[in-house]
Design a binder for this molecule. Structure first.
Ligand code: UDP
Length: 241
């Protein structure tokens, strides 16, 4: 089994993208419900204050190092961390390979209409892909039984859940067993990016490890959240034994 790296109490897997994809594909072919989380600095910071989230992450089958901050933290703490495994990129790889494997995928989350647009995009990018269901992420408790029934009926191998952190992780922890879905991943803004509702940082910014800055600039409501990164850096540094 891959190495787990403890970053502020969250166990993150030291795995490459291709190792993560291969492992998740074996889970998709199985029966056991497996949850995958992609942990950026903001998620780890949140988990330091949210015990429920931290426990969920530490029970997840895989927690990938999503973001330059997480990779930096692992290395700063003296661990090996091969590379960044971003949720968006991971989802794209799994979608691409699902065509060959004949596996079904369900998109759950984001504003009304976004999952359908993301589905159209996936069908254009990966001809033959089976996106067997979509459902937006704005619902009340009374809507949940119907959502659960629909996911169960469509029998996806992979469920992408875009409800934001920590809602997506908590929703999955509560419902995944009942859904009977082998693999579920909380993917945050992935459907928004696929639908073209939100832009990803240009490649040069991603390479310069500045994607967090781009996201903060683009969404003013996130500006406050930008502070999570320097706080994270200080906290990780302080946690060094
Ligand atoms: N979202 C949702 N239901 C909610 C809250 C958020 O479907 O109750 C969606 C939102 O539309 C967006 C996604 O969750 O598509 C991710 O939200 P955000 O980028 O704020 O969260 P992050 O994952 O970056 O924390």
């Amino acid at each position: 089994m891959p190495n787990k790296v403890d970053i502020l109490g969250v166990n993150v897997d030291a795995m490459t993208m291709s190792e993560s994809v291969a492992q998740i594909e074996t889970y998709m072919a199985g029966e056991e419900p497996m949850m995958i989380a992609t942990a950026n600095a903001e998620m780890i910071m949140r988990a330091t204050q949210d015990e429920e989230l931290r426990d969920i992450l530490n029970r997840a089958a895989i927690v990938t190092a999503d973001g330059a901050g997480t990779v930096w933290a692992a290395r700063h703490l003296g661990y090996e961390m091969p590379e960044r495994v971003a949720g968006y990129d991971l989802a794209q790889q799994l979608m691409k390979n699902s065509v060959r494997q004949g596996q079904r995928i369900y998109f759950f989350g984001s504003a009304p209409g976004v999952a359908e647009k993301a589905k159209a995009k996936a069908e254009q990018l990966y001809p033959g892909i089976q996106i067997v269901g979509t459902r937006d992420g704005y619902f009340t408790e009374a809507d949940e039984p119907a959502i659960i029934e629909d996911i169960k009926a469509k029998r996806p191998h992979l469920l992408l859940v875009a409800l934001g952190v920590p809602k997506q992780e908590k929703w999955l922890a509560k419902h995944q067993a009942e859904l009977g879905v082998p693999v579920a991943i909380g993917v945050g803004g992935t459907l928004d990016v696929m639908a073209g509702v939100m832009k990803r940082a240009p490649l040069w910014m991603q390479k310069a490890k500045l994607e967090w800055l781009f996201r903060g600039m683009l969404q003013p409501k996130r500006a406050g959240r930008l502070l999570a990164l320097p706080k994270f850096v200080l906290k990780v540094h302080g946690s060094r034994g």
